[in-house]
Ligand binder design. Structure first.
Ligand SMILES: [Zn+2]
Length: 448
């Protein structure tokens, strides 16, 4: 398998790269590893209450429900307490990709609204395999998407929509479109629903493997939605819903192994959960009035597996709108999501400083009296800084000269504005990357 991770070495500081096409400069000062591509798996209707061993699901009448026996992602970085602001499929998917708690399907189509706008600006292909959550503006964000036109497992209608596909992926998706009947033939009930999910996961895994093998230098962001846990919650009882969750936990193994073996980031979440009126109910729901405010409808899992994320359980309360900023932070991409009100969850092993200016500024990074790096650009990223260390960022350009001391517990963003000067709010586009760690700093001092 091709090793996708870019091993950033100290030598790269001697090869400062300026990419005028992206308006972004990248300087790296370290040998840390970070993911270059990512998979985002959204399990439609998977309530964290049924998935996390630490939680217990209850029915509307107060009776305790069963939890799935799940093993597969227990070793990742797990956010235990995270909820959707509103448990509706279209709205919740919109929140996930925009980082905005009041997002809807229309906002997904606005410029610079989604993670896909940012990945595209940084050279990623946006690829998707989606059984649900594939509304028009979501499809439009993708370079190519294999999706279900309807939500029927008995009579599924699968399509491919493509505008800028990586060579070969359209043909591959067309092949996978034809494979669905053989997954479903002769099956019924839970078995058929799980087969529908497995088809989506296997198709996504085939696309990921193809990209890794055939386009090893291309970065890609692969979004996957599996729909039959949600369908099962609506059409079957709580006991069948749990069986579907356990089947899924088994069937995702190949997909996250592909991510792990190739040092990609793997993000696992859900749009919303599912609630039941009582034990042995014959159908459930999440957005109807009686279920909409139940924890079982609102709580979602969020698990990350990435080489630059600290594994373990993360406590504290978070919202679904924090997912997009966290994904960008793990990918070392700047959070210039136009509407985001979420913030990144501190899971990364290092911090990064993102700088954006209206025009070209000379920007330098200082550790005490030692200048670590200097570059002239309008967009910069200093990534890979050790956590809890102090640095000074100096910048001079059309708006004047600025100096700011920072102590980093997470990523920081600066904007140098020609009219109002320094503005630490979100920036609007582009980058320069400098990666520093303690080892890196020592070597830099020797070079100087
Ligand atoms: Zn949904």
């Amino acid at each position: 398998m091709q090793h996708l991770t870019k091993k950033v070495t100290i030598l790269i500081i001697l090869l400062l790269t300026l990419n005028p096409a992206l308006g972004a400069s990248e300087i790296t000062l370290n040998d840390i590893e970070r993911p270059e591509s990512a998979i985002l798996l959204i399990v439609d209707g998977l309530g964290a209450s049924y998935y996390y061993p630490e939680l217990t699901p209850f029915a509307l009448d107060g009776s305790e429900l069963s939890r799935a026996g799940t093993q597969n992602l227990a070793f990742g970085t797990r956010i235990i307490n995270i909820s959707t602001p509103y448990p509706d499929t279209g709205i919740a998917h919109s929140v996930i990709v925009t980082g905005f708690s009041e997002a809807n399907e229309e906002i997904v189509g606005y410029p610079d609204a989604t993670i896909y706008d940012i990945t595209r600006q940084h050279g990623f292909f946006n690829i998707a395999v989606m059984e649900k959550g594939d509304f028009m503006n979501m499809r439009e964000e993708q370079d190519i998407i294999l999706y279900a036109e309807n939500n029927s497992i008995d009579d599924p209608k699968i399509s491919v929509q493509s505008k800028n596909p990586p060579p070969g992926v359209l043909e591959l998706m067309d092949d996978w479109k034809e494979k669905l009947p053989e997954y479903l033939d002769g099956k019924s009930g839970v078995g058929k629903y799980s087969a529908y999910n497995k088809w989506g996961i296997d198709a996504a895994n085939a696309v990921a493997v193809y990209m890794i093998e055939e386009h090893p230098t291309s970065k890609f962001f692969l979004t996957v939605n599996v729909g039959a846990i949600d369908s099962g919650g609506h059409n079957m009882g709580d006991d069948d819903y749990i069986r579907l969750v356990e089947d899924l936990d088994r069937d995702i193994y190949s997909l996250y192994e592909t991510a792990k073996e190739n040092d990609m980031a793997f993000f696992f979440t859900a749009d919303h959960g599912m609630a039941f009126a009582k034990k042995n109910a014959r159908r459930g729901g999440h957005v109807s009035e009686k279920y909409v405010s139940m924890k079982e409808s609102l709580r979602i899992p969020f698990v990350m597996i990435s080489q630059n994320a600290v594994p373990g359980l993360i406590s504290g309360g978070y919202g679904e709108e924090d997912i997009a900023p966290t994904i960008l932070s793990v990918l070392d991409l700047p959070n210039h999501l136009q509407y985001a009100d979420g913030t990144s969850i501190h899971v990364k092993k290092y911090a990064s400083i993102f700088v954006k200016a209206d025009s070209e500024y000379k920007v330098s990074l200082w550790d005490g009296g030692t200048k670590l790096s200097e570059q002239s650009a309008s967009e910069l990223i200093f990534a890979g800084l050790p956590l809890n260390a102090s640095y000074t960022v100096k910048a001079s350009g059309a708006g004047g000269t600025f100096e700011e001391k920072v102590s980093l517990d997470s990523d920081r963003q600066f904007r140098f504005d020609n009219k109002t000067g320094l503005n630490q709010k979100q920036m609007a586009a582009g980058i320069l990357i400098i990666i520093v760690n303690i080892a890196g700093l020592a070597i830099i001092r020797r070079i100087k």
